[in-house]
Ligand binder design. Structure first.
Ligand SMILES: Cc1cc2nc3c(=O)[nH]c(=O)nc-3n(C[C@H](O)[C@H](O)[C@H](O)COP(=O)(O)O)c2cc1C
Length: 191
């Protein structure tokens, strides 16, 4: 598939439409090469990638359970079980992190943007290899307990959990935006 077609056909696949196999370590190495080629003002290199596969996904689930119980001590048992199984829904999950630093020329937001682009590059590289993926955050990405687990400071970010697997044969199609509706003429916003 040529690059423009890949970009125009980028899609997310929800965990319930993905199954084994997930990307191998060699696949992930290619994907990380793509992800670390994103624009990066000042060469801050804010992106970090943590691969969860096998038992690590269950351990992640226990961290999510602890975080939920800290947020909601009276959480219902089905909510607790949902957190416990959350990372087990696909063969591989990559936590995409932004480890930011104070920089005289590179504002914090630019470092987060760069990490967001790294997440997109991972998704596109996965798709180029035939894998499905979806970026999900939810409460866990913003939870101080989960952030501390990844060694993140308050100003750092869990940009997304990228769930990865092999897409089912039939995944429901989505309505896509009409690009020209999002293009505004220069000078058209004046008072
Ligand atoms: C940073 C980020 C976090 C997201 N978190 C969630 C989420 O927690 N739950 C969700 O349903 N979709 C979330 N999404 C949206 C999905 O990743 C996906 O874009 C959406 O399902 C639309 O599918 P598409 O990418 O094929 O257009 C998130 C998107 C981004 C960029």
């Amino acid at each position: 598939m040529d690059a423009l077609t890949l970009l125009k056909e980028r899609t997310s696949t929800l965990p319930r439409f993905m199954a084994e196999p997930g990307p191998s370590d060699a696949d992930l190495a290619d994907m990380f090469e793509a992800a670390t080629r994103v624009p990066d003002h000042g060469m801050v290199r804010p992106w970090r990638f943590v691969v969860l596969r096998g038992d690590d996904r269950a351990k992640m689930g226990e961290v999510f359970v602890e975080a939920l119980k800290a947020r909601q001590p009276d959480a219902a048992e089905d909510a607790v079980e949902a957190e416990r199984g959350r990372a087990l829904r696909t063969p591989v999950v990559v936590a995409v992190l932004a480890r930011t630093k104070a920089h005289p020329k590179v504002p914090h937001v630019e470092q987060i943007v760069s990490a967001g682009q790294a997440a997109l590059a991972l998704q596109l590289a996965a798709q180029a290899k035939g894998f499905g993926s979806v970026m999900l955050t939810g409460d866990n990405a913003y939870d101080p307990h989960v952030k501390a687990f990844f060694g993140l400071k308050e100003e750092d970010a869990i940009v997304a959990f990228l769930y990865l697997g092999t897409p089912a044969d039939k995944v429901p199609a989505k309505k896509r935006p009409e690009a020209d509706k999002f293009v505004e003429a220069f000078g058209s916003h004046g008072a």
